[in-house]
Design a protein around this ligand. Sequence first.
Ligand code: C5P
Length: 301
Amino acid sequence: MTVRVPAKVNLQLSVGPVGPDGYHPLSTVFHAVSLFDDVTASRQPKGAGLRLAVRGQGVGEVPLGPSNLAARAAIALAGRVGVEPDVALLIRKGIPVAGGMAGGSADAAAALVACDALWGSHLPRAELHAIAATLGADVPFLLMGGTAIGTGRGDRLTPVLASGRFQWVFALAHEGLSTPQVYRRFDELTAGRQVPRPAIDSAVLEALRAGSAHALGAALTNDLQDAAISVRPALRAVLDAGRDAGALGAIVSGSGPTVAFLVADDAAAMEITLALSPSGLCQSLRQAFGPVHGARITAAA
Ligand code: C5P
């Protein structure tokens, strides 16, 4: 059973003050984009347990033990539906690893959908969503895809009306960033200040409704951007280079270090790719579009 799952970029990420549970309340607009991971779940003999293999770029940074989110997803689902997790999971990475695009969460969402089909449990979406939320804040959105507002930890979702399709260029970094480290830096940078409650900016929603890439480019915001730049100062030059090359908007994706450039068309995407490729500022550039669907079965044997 093979499931294809997209990456996400946050079109707006409003971060509130850290709570007693160590999490930050969020108001965010998630947008699923066409960089994909494929997760294949195959039956194993009884008692074989869970096997995990990962292929693709950056696999050295993916944990292969019990902390792997896809493995945790399969084990959580097995516990819920009362089967033994005798399954082999093969993850093929197209989403940058530790890139701020929720690649690990995407694999968890894909593993849930794949194992749910493999084991014939066919849980209602609401139940898969509930399991997803226990695995990580971004996992429920990767099940759903499209464009959606996320509140709470980012796991309470409301779909957003978006017209048309937006074109992106993503600048992938040479090395990943740790999400908890970026949130800690956010706490350090805001220490002694009143952090406002997170809120959605209506400009983002209006731009999405109108399908206006120009308006959306101007409305992109990310409260974690300064923290990500503080941990990885080189990101500032990446953002500037994309803006200089004509991006309609430039933003650090989630907790970084991937940088997202919103562009008007193929020619603009090419301009940015040509400007950044020889600069050595990033490891590689990828073109993508959004919104795209969430985790979905693409092949069943
Ligand atoms: O939920 P997830 O495992 O993706 O989050 C990784 C880490 O990011 C958390 O352990 C926490 O340190 C930080 N985080 C946060 N507030 C959120 C989401 C994540 O502080 N809303």
